[in-house]
Design a protein. Structure first.
Lengths: 209, 200
């Protein structure tokens, strides 16, 4: 058997698949008429391809149908995204309720009062004692803040001397926590709405197609 | 439900009709099984891998974009590749593999009109092809099975295997050359040629 080059095999293969450009195909056919080895290779490749294509279609030894119970078990997390709107509502509501319960329980446990109390407290702290909530600009000011408010040189009223501020000031971390939870809940809700919208649009496009 | 097209059935499945998936299984189990059989060379393993591929397809159905069939065949091809890798890690000898091929319905002579000598020659050629296929590298076998047995275009093969068309062509060329060498070595192709020329 004459050794054919890779280029020869590539051309013969392309001719076999009818993907050779017309000019190249004509040139190759010319060569096939004069080159016996090339012709033999082409015949061999054609016979091999035809023999493979003639392999009968085998039937599976058993049905490949899958038990629906096994399918349900095989569901991945993505199914939640494509559930029907009514089905999606249930987990969404569950998540929203859980967040609300977490926030309320958290507030009660730390004793921060209601959300409106906290907001009112923040506003009053800012109005009455701006120095108490502003970060010190230098190390000297930082030292001032650590001293009792009543001993300050400028005589300004600090947050610690006011009973209302005393009630609110220790719960600053609760306020931050509350806001973080609210923002997280808002982001989660927004993300859910966007996902649901995307799925609905995709479904509409698929149905149109 | 049989009259529905693939996209309609997919929508039904996504809407919660789990049973509808078996309509797709019925529709494509033969293609999937044959691809696995030619890739793995073992009937039982092919059935297992094809079924696993269907389960995987079901699990990832929400991420389906485009047509179901090429997407499914890509999953089946991936499953075959995984199975081959797994076989190499834990090599086992299937005592039933060759018997399955011999006795299975796939290798029964399709055309009763041919004479006994032709039928014998055809059967021998088919058996040699099945054996030869298992002796070529996995990546080349995948491409030649998809091209020359399944009859897929270069583009379809590139989509299924995830390689570019240039690589598809080069793998196909090498696979065809190797198959030719194996069949010539088995003295089957010259016999076919002589037989053809005698008939003419």
């Amino acid at each position: 058997m004459k050794q054919l080059t890779e280029q020869d095999i590539a051309q013969l293969s392309a001719l076999l698949d009818d993907t050779l450009p017309a000019a190249d195909a004509a040139a190759l056919r010319q060569r096939l008429q004069h080159d016996a080895a090339l012709y033999d290779a082409f015949v061999d490749l054609t016979l091999t391809r035809d023999a493979m294509r003639a392999l009968p279609v085998a039937q599976p030894p058993r049905s490949l149908r899958i038990d629906p119970a096994r399918l349900t078990k095989a569901r991945g997390w993505r199914w939640w995204l494509v559930m029907p709107p009514a089905g999606q509502l249930i987990p969404n509501m569950a998540v929203a309720l859980s967040l609300c319960v977490c926030i309320l329980v958290g507030q009660q446990a730390i004793g921060a009062g209601s959300a409106s109390d906290i907001l009112k407290g923040i506003a009053e702290v800012e109005m009455m004692a701006p120095n108490a909530v502003e970060a010190p600009a230098s190390s000297e000011m930082a030292a001032d803040v650590s001293e009792p408010a009543s001993q300050r040189a400028d005589g300004s009223v600090s947050a610690a001397s006011d009973p209302m501020v005393q009630l609110v000031a220790p719960d600053q971390s609760v306020v931050v926590w509350w806001w973080a939870a609210t923002v997280a809940a808002a982001c989660a809700t927004l993300a859910t709405v966007v996902w649901a919208w995307r799925v609905a649009v995709r479904r509409r496009i698929t149905q149109k197609r | 439900m049989l009259q529905y097209d693939d996209q309609e059935i997919v929508q039904l499945i996504l809407a919660g009709d789990t049973d509808a998936f078996n309509v797709l299984v019925d529709r494509y189990q033969s293609r999937a099984y044959n691809l696995c059989l030619r890739m793995l060379g073992d009937g039982d393993a092919a059935a297992d891998v094809a079924q696993d591929a269907f389960i995987s397809a079901y699990r990832h159905l929400p991420s389906l974009r485009g047509d179901f069939r090429p997407w499914l065949m890509r999953i089946v091809a991936n499953a075959c590749r995984d199975a081959l890798r797994s076989q190499k890690r834990r090599p086992t000898i299937s005592m039933d593999a060759s018997r399955d091929e011999d006795d299975g319905p796939g290798l029964q002579i399709a055309d009763d009109a041919v004479g006994p000598e032709d039928a014998l020659l055809q059967r021998e050629l088919q058996q040699t092809i099945v054996v030869a296929l298992q002796s070529i590298p996995d990546d080349q076998r995948e491409v030649i099975v998809l091209s020359d047995i399944e009859g897929r275009s270069y583009q379809e093969i590139a989509d299924i295997t995830g390689i570019n068309i240039g690589t598809v062509k080069s793998r196909l060329n090498r696979a065809r050359l190797r198959m030719r060498e194996l069949l010539v070595a088995a003295e089957l192709l010259p016999r076919v040629k002589r037989h053809t020329s005698q008939n003419e």
